[in-house]
Design a binder for this molecule. Structure first.
Ligand SMILES: [Zn+2]
Length: 184
């Protein structure tokens, strides 16, 4: 699915489960970043595209720098940072919808979270899980058992189609409605 659809779904789900308004800004930021992270293995993904605009070939160094700051400000522990770097390397050298969309990639992501700051665990899991679930509903599916190449899918939506755009729009509206209802 489109990057903005992934982000809209993750934001709506996070706003629905977060109770403390103080946690909301960090939680929404982490959920949005996690909802885009699996697509760093594709050069035309929203996250890579945006980073490329500012950093060119320095996209991966930029992601490494982001990891360093997460470590410096204690969101990542040292083992979390090391695993994050391994995750980036495996994402970079693998094919699109490969490692990052598999159970192996998801497991490394979960371990990174559980050795890091507790405040980021829930929104990060929401962002990543909703991404994998949404891609499961596309015609390309996801290779859950990567490097074994079988694609798992329930093909209901084509990436970039009108339905994809409408789903993004619907979740965007839902996100705003939840914010108004719970936090204003
Ligand atoms: Zn994806």
């Amino acid at each position: 699915m489109l990057g903005r659809t992934h982000t809209a779904i993750a934001l709506a789900a996070t706003a629905a489960v977060i109770k403390d308004p103080v946690q909301l800004p960090l939680s929404l930021t982490i959920a949005a970043a996690s909802s885009l992270l699996p697509d760093i293995d594709t050069p035309d993904s929203m996250l890579r595209h945006q980073l490329n605009k500012y950093t060119g070939i320095l996209t991966f160094p930029a992601l490494i720098t982001a990891g360093y700051f997460l470590f410096k400000y204690k969101y990542f522990s040292l083992p979390g940072l090391i695993l994050y770097l391994i995750y980036l390397v495996l994402a970079f050298i693998g094919p699109h919808r490969g490692f990052t969309h598999s159970l192996a990639g998801f497991s490394i992501f979960i371990i990174i979270l559980f050795v890091s700051d507790k405040a980021i665990i829930l929104p990060a899991i929401i962002g990543y899980c909703t991404h994998l679930a949404a891609d499961l509903l596309t015609s390309s599916g996801i290779p859950l058992l990567y490097p074994y190449n079988k694609s798992f899918k329930i093909p209901l939506v084509r990436t970039g189609s009108l339905l994809d755009i409408l789903i993004g729009l619907a979740f965007g509206l839902m996100f705003m409605a939840i914010l108004f209802q719970k936090f204003i």
